[in-house]
Design a protein around this ligand. Structure first.
Ligand code: FE
Length: 201
């Protein structure tokens, strides 16, 4: 069984002009696809190849199989990223808005904290909104690391590797983060992850 190169949830030009079709041709079509291809080559003929993607991420971390972990986590992170952005405007659900209020003092506080974290991530990595029970937190991870392997539930992510924004914003990571927070962020996806987490808790 091989890991699938999943479809984007929208056409490549759907996030224009903030994330261009050309960025998605490279970021999705080349980078994400390369992680899938390298993962499948690495697990072929091993006992990893009967596992789900999430199982591969967790087990390769536990077993310190770096090449498998890096590619598997990047596949998982990128699938999660595409869903963390939406071509249409979204709003947090009432439950999520209440949790944001209690964790960050409201949307402005969330925005400020998420921006500071994602700007402050040195080099390649990710910024995350995660839920730990009812409590929300912002975390960052370097390279392929993912909060999927921590005891928290990821709600949203932003890729801050340069390959995510260089064609559209060059070195100006701050403008890319603003585009995400002001326009692209998919609160429907975050709310459904939060609701599923509360149901499972
Ligand atoms: Fe990326």
């Amino acid at each position: 069984m091989s890991i699938e190169f999943t479809d984007l949830p929208y056409p490549k030009d759907a996030l224009e002009p903030l994330v261009s079709a050309r960025t998605l041709e490279f970021h999705y079509g080349k980078h994400h696809k390369a992680y899938v291809d390298k993962l499948n080559a690495a697990i072929d003929g091993t006992d990893y190849d009967s596992l789900t993607l999430e199982e591969i991420v967790r087990r390769s971390l536990a077993e310190a199989k770096g090449a498998i972990f890096n590619n598997a986590a990047q596949v998982w992170n990128h699938e999660f990223l595409w869903h963390s952005m939406s071509p249409s405007a979204t709003e947090p659900s009432a439950a999520l808005a209440a949790a944001i209020e209690s964790a960050f003092g409201g949307m402005d506080g969330f925005r400020e904290a998420f921006k500071a974290a994602s700007l402050g991530q040195f080099g390649s990595g990710w910024a995350w909104l995660v839920a730990d029970g009812d409590n929300l937190e912002i975390r960052t991870s370097g390279n392929a690391d993912t909060p999927l392997t921590d005891d928290v539930v990821p709600l949203l992510t932003l890729d801050v590797w340069e390959h995510a924004y260089y064609l559209d914003f060059q070195n100006e990571r701050n403008r890319y983060i603003d585009a995400f927070l002001d326009t692209l962020i998919n609160w429907d996806f975050a709310a459904s992850n939060f609701a599923a987490e509360k149901q499972a808790a």
